[in-house]
Ligand binder design. Structure first.
Ligand code: HMG
Length: 450
């Protein structure tokens, strides 16, 4: 049977940095530890004035094609996942293909292009589409390019402002991939929810606290659905658990629930019983409130146990290192979490070949998806050259006033004509695609800056 999965990956961060504890928190009169300890974030990435979802996506894709020695004729499909699109008709993938055609001799005229939307879940759904296209035998030996690109900006003073971010992840989906194969088994948790949405508006309307509960509920359903097809999951089945990371504190909450679920009725629950008791069973309680209280108490104890902390430090924490420094990238976020884990394993010299990842994706509105991935023998060569650490290091560190200006530049309601023209960039582009003003029909134009 042909295996299909992710063959290669590239990451492009927005080139500006907003330091959350040192710049944002003092300006807001908040305790820096709300960011570092509470949300688990050190910094957000922002696009410079000449960057947007097209430039970041095209730059990630270009770098991936160069690294892999690909030409347009090798790519049969380009899918862009984004929730920051600026056009309700023309997909972002056409703009990105247009950029790439400036630097390659060949064209993408044979490639099927599209744009996928389901909040942050769309990147994983695009991988799914590519997987199905290849499995159906329609790819004629070609690979698919999946690009998750977002400028995750919130309105000023919205609580979500603390979790902003901007960047793109490009992934090559191929037969016999060299990084990870994807499981046939998938689990879903899906419901009509109104916790986070953008009804024809640039910045989201968010019920932040509720969105956290909806994330947890849909993830739980997805895990149960995954188990219904793949069998019971235990805490030792997976080397890493990359999850959608709107902010690391969200994953910290989800991981504790997942651990409780996976250890229920196992020797681990028995071993922990002496220290924190057994897990409360709903059927043993007469009223919901008492059950909820008992659960809270159990979870409080569980999170302090050595067993949980050892598992969290080994399986979950390594997935959060990039996110901690760049914020929420919406569609790209779970793919950053995977890259973060693999890069940690690479740096530690760990032999990961044949090990499995449990990947949990999520999009508001709302839907979660869980599948497994198996790391391939050739994985190290696909991770060794990632430059994300250097990119993070090289970002321009914004003052609060500069942040306000940049936020305005990218705000479609604040005289959008200034974008990329009147407001000077904070960094100098080199060997990359940049926004180059507006066309005759209101389209955005791009060029390759040498
Ligand atoms: P908030 O009101 O700014 O923050 O909203 P808070 O007061 O709830 O504090 C956050 C955490 O920091 C809390 O931790 C505090 O206790 C802690 P928790 O109790 O929850 O564990 N804290 C501190 N810790 C140490 N020292 C201190 C301190 N102060 C506070 N001094 C909220 C937070 C997440 C609601 C807000 O940022 C928000 O609305 N974010 C946007 C929505 C979001 O990210 N939701 C996540 C789930 S939905 C999702 O993932 C989908 C999404 O990616 C979109 C998509 O799918 O398209 C968003």
């Amino acid at each position: 049977m042909t295996e299909v999965g992710i063959d290669a990956i590239e990451i492009w961060t927005g080139k500006l940095k907003l330091d959350l504890p040192n710049t944002f928190a003092p300006a807001k009169g908040e305790d820096p530890e709300k960011y570092t300890k509470g949300l688990g974030l050190n910094a957000s990435s922002f696009p410079d004035t000449y960057e947007d979802i097209v430039t970041m996506g095209a730059n990630a894709a270009h770098r991936l094609m160069e690294h892999e020695g690909l030409e347009p004729e090798d790519i049969g499909r380009i899918d862009v996942a984004t929730e920051s699109s600026f056009d309700n008709s023309k997909p972002v993938s056409t703009y990105i293909a247009g950029c790439l055609e400036r630097v390659y001799d060949g064209k993408f005229s044979h490639a099927n292009k599209g744009e996928r939307k389901f909040a942050c879940l769309a990147g994983t759904q695009s991988i799914d589409d590519a997987y199905n296209w290849i499995k159906a035998g329609r790819n004629r030996g070609r690979s698919a390019l999946v690009i998750a690109t977002d400028t995750a900006l919130y309105a000023r003073n919205d609580p979500g402002e603390a979790t902003q971010g901007a960047g793109a992840v490009a992934m090559l989906i191929s037969e016999d991939p060299e990084l990870v194969t994807l499981s046939t088994e998938q689990g879903y948790g899906s419901a009509d929810e109104t916790d986070f949405l953008k009804p024809n508006q640039q910045f989201p309307s968010v019920d932040g606290k509720r969105s956290v509960q909806v994330y947890l509920a849909r993830m739980r359903e997805a895990l149960q659905d995954f188990e219904s097809v793949a069998g019971r999951v235990t805490v030792e089945d997976f080397a890493y658990g990359p999850f959608h990371t709107p902010f690391p504190g969200m994953v910290r909450k989800a991981a504790l629930f997942a651990y409780r679920h996976m250890t229920r009725d196992t020797a681990i629950e028995d071993d922990l019983a002496e220290e924190i008791g057994r897990q409360p069973r709903e059927e043993a309680f007469d009223d919901d409130e008492a059950y909820e209280e008992a659960l809270r108490e159990y979870m409080d104890g569980l999170k302090r146990t050595d067993a949980y902390q050892e598992w969290y430090g080994r399986v979950i924490d390594p997935t959060l290192t990039i996110s901690r420094n760049v914020g929420n990238w919406y569609t790209g976020s779970v793919h950053l979490a995977r890259a973060s884990a693999l890069r940690t394993a690479f740096e530690e010299g760990r032999d990961l070949a044949g090990e499995r990842l449990m990947v949990g994706s999520y999009g508001s509105g709302a839907q979660a998806e869980i599948h497994a991935e198996t790391v391939q023998d050739t994985w190290e060569g696909k991770i060794a050259d990632l430059t994300i650490d250097q990119q993070i290091e090289d970002r321009y560190d914004l003052s609060y006033e500069e942040y306000e200006r940049v936020h305005d530049v990218h705000n479609h309601d604040v005289d959008s004509d200034v974008e990329g023209e009147d407001v000077e960039g904070f960094t100098a582009p080199a060997e990359e695609f940049v926004f180059d003003g507006w066309g005759r029909m209101g389209e955005r134009k791009y060029r390759f800056a040498e």
